[in-house]
Design a protein around this ligand. Structure first.
Ligand code: GDP
Length: 180
């Protein structure tokens, strides 16, 4: 089955987003404490695709060796997954582009892993500020990439982005089925 992976810095809102997408509260536990999602979790959605919950990266408070272990874990996943269709990289819409995210996306590019961006916690910003931040992000991306990857705006609190993301995944899955 096709796989779609979700990844981002810890505390970016990944668990909340996964809960929103799957509509099941108990699926991915949210927490105010960073670093709680430590293993790779697979969720079967509609018996059609797997949602893969990858560990968050970039905790401020863990040791270098822990960071390296996590990196190995994540790179091992990407190296092995033949079913991976797309990685959704979560970015907190409130912040300026962060080196760790830019580096991670560059790494994905170098390893030919297709990815999209999801800007999270959109409810925390006024629409004008949100727009400004996303434009700013796009500009930064275009310094490195020829084009902006597909991106989505989400809020778990305001239930924003759920349909768009699920429809995007469904449309790819339908294409895959049609080509088989
Ligand atoms: P994870 O570490 O990336 O899995 O992040 P969580 O989903 O656990 O969320 C981290 C914190 O951000 C929690 O306090 C959440 O309640 C909060 N949060 C997550 N998503 C949203 C959102 O869309 N809007 C708002 N306002 N808060 C959010």
């Amino acid at each position: 089955l096709p796989e779609y992976a979700f990844i981002g810095r810890s505390n970016v809102g990944k668990s909340s987003l996964i809960n929103m997408l799957t509509g099941r509260k108990a699926l991915a536990k949210t927490s105010a404490k960073p670093g709680k999602t430590q293993l790779i979790n697979h969720f079967l959605i509609n018996k059609e695709w797997h949602l893969v919950d990858l560990p968050g990266y970039g905790y401020a408070k863990v040791s270098k060796s822990t960071k390296r272990t996590f990196q190995k874990f994540i790179t091992a996943y990407f190296d092995k997954r033949k079913q991976l269709i797309c990685a959704f990289v979560l970015i907190d819409s409130r912040h300026d582009p962060q080196p760790i995210d830019m580096e991670f996306m560059q790494w994905l590019g170098e390893h030919q892993v297709p990815f999209c961006i999801i800007f999270t916690k959109a409810d925390k910003l006024k629409p004008k500020v949100l727009e400004k931040n996303i434009n700013n992000y796009q500009e930064k991306m275009l310094e490195i990439w020829e084009e902006m990857p597909e991106f989505f705006i989400s809020s778990a609190t305001a239930k924003l982005g759920q349909e768009e993301i699920l429809e995007y995944i469904d449309s790819i899955n339908n294409e895959l089925k049609a080509n088989n």
